[in-house]
Every structure is written in C-alpha cells, then in structure tokens.
Design a protein around this ligand. Structure first.
Ligand code: FES
Ligand code: FE2
Length: 459
C-alpha cells in the first residue's frame, strides 16, 4: 500500500481502505480476499499490532517447556522459564537469521542455534557463542543487545496471548467489555481448563479473512444452508413452527470480538420445555457445555448470578476474538439422553495471500472427570476442526471465495454484503456490554468484525 500526502493509505490501483470497506452501504470489496499489497500490510499493521492467541498454558506446564507458535508469518518460541513465567520471542537467530527452535515443542533450558551455535535462554536473553574467548559475538554490541526479539505476553483464563506492541493497550483493555462473556467460558472453575492434546493443523487454500470473517465474525446465517445436513440427519431439529435451529439468540459484538448466545431449546428437541425448568433443574438436566454436576458448585465462586443465569439459559456457544480466533462451546447430546459439550478454539494463521492454516485445540475443565473428558474429546473431534463434520462444511466454501477474488472483474466490481440487520436491540435487563442484537442471526457481528479490521489497518 502507498501513503498519500494526507496520510491515507491506498492500493496501487488507487483504492483506499474506505473504498474497500464501504461504511455507508455496509459492503466490502471482494478484492480484499486476494490482494498481495493488502496482505503485506495486514502482516505488519494488523497481526504486528494486535494481541494474538499463542496457545494454552497447560501445553507448557513444566519449567523450560516450550512450543513454537505463529503471529502472522512470523514464528515465536513460547517458553516457560525456571520460575514458571511464560515468555515469547521471535524464533529467528539475531546472528544470521536461522530459525533457532526447529521442532514444534520440547523442553530445554537453552535454545541453541544449529548454524554457529549462539545460545539463548527461555526468556530470549543471549547466553553466548561457542569459543567464548574468541568473542564470536563481536565487540561492537553488548550481550544484552544480542537476545531474541521479545514480544509482550499476557494470560487470560489460561490462554496465552502475545503482541509486538510493547506500549499498546493491555490485553484486558483489548478485550474490554468482552471479558464479561469470556469469563463464563474460561474463568468459571477453580482450576480452569486444559488442552486435550496438541492442536490439529490443516492447510486451506484460502485467504485468512474468508475464514476469519465467518468464524471469528460470528456468521450464524450460513447454518441454514451450508450445515443443512445437521437438520436432515436429525442432529438438529426444527422448532414446531418451522424455525431452523440455532438461529435465534443474542449476538454480541464488543471491540470487534463476537459471541453468539444461543438457548439450548432452540436447537435440540430433547431440550424443549427447558424454559419451564428452574435454574437448578437446568444445571442438572441441561448443563452448559463442559460443565458437569461436580463442577456446578464452583460456578458461583467465579461468576456473578447474572453470568450463571446467562450461561444456563442462553449459553455463549460460538464466537471469536479479533482478529483470527474462533471458539466453540457447543452442546453435544449423548445417545444415553445426557447432555455434554464439545469445547474447542481455533486460530486462522495466514500462510500467504491465498493460504491459511486452521489450528484447533480441544479443551475440558481440569476438574472434569476423566471419562467425561474422553467423551468430550470424542464429541469435539467429530464436530469441529479438520476431522469435524460441521467444520469440514465451512472449509469447503473459503477457497472458492479466495478464487473468486482473483478474477479481474469480480475484484473490481463485486462487493461482499452485510446489509441484513435489525439494528441494536439489547433485551431488557441484559447484563453484559457491547453491541447487542437479539433475534435471528443477521449480519451485524460480521459487519462489526470488518469495522474492527478497518480500525486495525489504519496507521
Ligand atoms: S545464524 Fe544462528 S548462530 Fe549463526
Ligand atoms: Fe459453519
């Protein structure tokens, strides 16, 4: 992108960010889904400045554990030091640019570059170079200047985030009003969550935004069509009045982050009549995804009464953290009549203008009984991620959108439309913040994702 004298950035075809994201008509140019200039700017401006999800602290529980994780196309070493503190450093040797950690994870008190042997601590500090007395790191720079480039780290509910913006907003401010909703998922039990194995990764031939505006943006509308088989196969049921499942609820956008709160009785036949149950009955009969009877007493220690009521009556089931995180805490009815859950989180990692990697972690509460964890893992593997029947549908569409955006006429003239809206209509007594939309899942949360994208791309 070029910068004009007035500070407005534009592509070399002359279009500015406001030409691409048309706020008056709520349209986005198809060109954004496959544009090399825009992509380079996203890596620097957006991924280079946002808080990015790196994984979960249960993946590196011991001192000196580490894992290699992406921010955009940069790679970081996420490592726990001897004292238990977690650090994030660029996985690039400051000597001549070799990758330092070559595996995906491991345990080591020192990260040694295989090329000439410079070595680094888990916090990224430079230890030294071989043949110490020969001073193979030179005499021009002090050792304190020769460490790995460090990112800023913050944890939220066990999730590890990193940013290159050392002076930018805190993670708490970045999440803002969205924390009220996230707490119902990640901060609700004494010992929190843990990952159920390493992340799945699958390479998809699509621009990262085709996936992110749908998944992280909270597209509910596509369920009617793309996931129609869920109804045909009897997994979801239409309401008696013919209403498709999981379409009515409360959709929230806060700081570009999204959550869809969907009552369980809007999705599954066996949950009909839930509205007549007391809160306690619902907690036993139709517990929120991932919560078991053993865990119920813990909820009131961590959540307000409003949050517990919302979690039980209109569970936050799917959503996203801007820019590229998508989470799912979905109900999973079992053949024995009980109701369990499947919990997962994705990141959508850019791998070039027309490729991305779709990562999936499955989760359970640490204090959940082991046999239930196993069942939840099976539910999650069947439903979400690269093995999941539901999300395989989604990954079918994204490459076509990216391909469409290569065509000269399509990229010049076509727009993506986010014009189905009823406007904000917060239900009476709604306890949370953000822009709140009750009713049929319309385009609002996705449009707010694009507004957050526009803001993040501004200088
Ligand atoms: S590139 Fe790493 S030690 Fe030379
Ligand atoms: Fe979907």
């Amino acid at each position: 992108m070029n910068i004009a004298a007035n500070g407005i950035r534009h592509l070399s075809d002359g279009r500015s960010l406001d030409d691409l994201i048309k706020r008056d008509t709520r349209e986005v140019s198809l060109a954004v889904m496959n544009d090399a200039e825009l992509y380079e700017w996203e890596l620097q401006q957006l991924f280079g400045r946002c808080w990015n999800l790196m994984g979960h602290e249960s993946e590196i529980p011991e001192p000196n554990d580490y894992m290699v994780r992406p921010i955009g196309e940069d790679e970081l070493i996420i490592a726990r030091d001897r004292k238990g503190e977690i650090h994030a450093s660029l996985n690039v040797c400051p000597h001549r640019g070799m990758r330092v950690a070559l595996g995906e994870e491991g345990n080591s008190p020192v990260h040694k570059c295989i090329y000439h042997g410079w070595a680094f601590r888990p916090n990224g500090d430079f230890v030294g170079a071989p043949a110490e007395k020969e001073k193979m790191h030179g005499t021009i720079r002090d050792k304190s200047e020769l460490g790995l480039k460090k990112a800023r780290v913050a944890l939220y509910g066990g999730l590890i985030f990193a940013t290159w913006e050392h002076d930018g907003p805190s993670l708490e401010d970045y999440l803002g009003d969205f924390r009220f909703y996230l707490d119902m998922l990640w901060n609700r039990t004494d010992r929190g969550t843990e990952v159920l194995g390493p992340p799945q990764k699958v390479l998809i031939n699509c621009n990262w935004k085709s996936a992110a505006e749908q998944a992280a943006g909270g597209d509910g509308f596509h369920t009617i069509s793309l996931h129609r088989w869920l109804i045909d196969a009897g997994l979801f049921v239409n309401a008696e009045d013919g209403t498709p499942p999981a379409m009515y609820g409360v959709n929230v956008s806060a700081n570009g982050h999204v959550v869809r709160c969907i009552p369980v009785d809007m999705t599954f036949a066996r949950a009909k009549g839930a509205g007549k149950m007391s809160l306690e009955e619902r907690l036993q009969e139709l517990p929120p995804p991932g919560i078991t009877p053993e865990l119920v007493p813990q909820l009131s220690k961590h959540l307000s009464d409003d949050q517990i009521r919302l979690l039980v009556e209109k569970a936050p089931q799917v959503g996203g953290i801007f820019p590229n995180v998508n989470f799912l805490f979905v109900y999973a009815p079992q053949s024995d009549g009980t109701m369990l859950g499947a919990m997962g989180i994705h990141i959508i990692v850019p791998r070039g203008v027309d490729k991305c990697e779709f990562w999936t972690w499955m989760f359970a509460e640490k204090d959940c009984p082991e046999p239930i964890k196993e069942k939840m893992l099976r539910n999650a593997v069947q439903q979400i991620g690269s093995s999941g029947l539901i999300e395989q549908d989604d990954t079918d569409t994204w490459p076509h959108i990216t391909r469409s955006a290569r065509g000269a006429i399509g990229r010049r003239d076509l727009t993506l439309k986010y014009q189905a809206t009823d406007g904000e209509n917060k239900p009476e007594g709604w306890p949370g913040g953000g822009h709140v939309f009750e009713g049929f899942a319309k385009d609002d949360t996705q449009w707010y994702w694009w507004l957050a994208y526009r803001d993040a791309m501004l200088p």
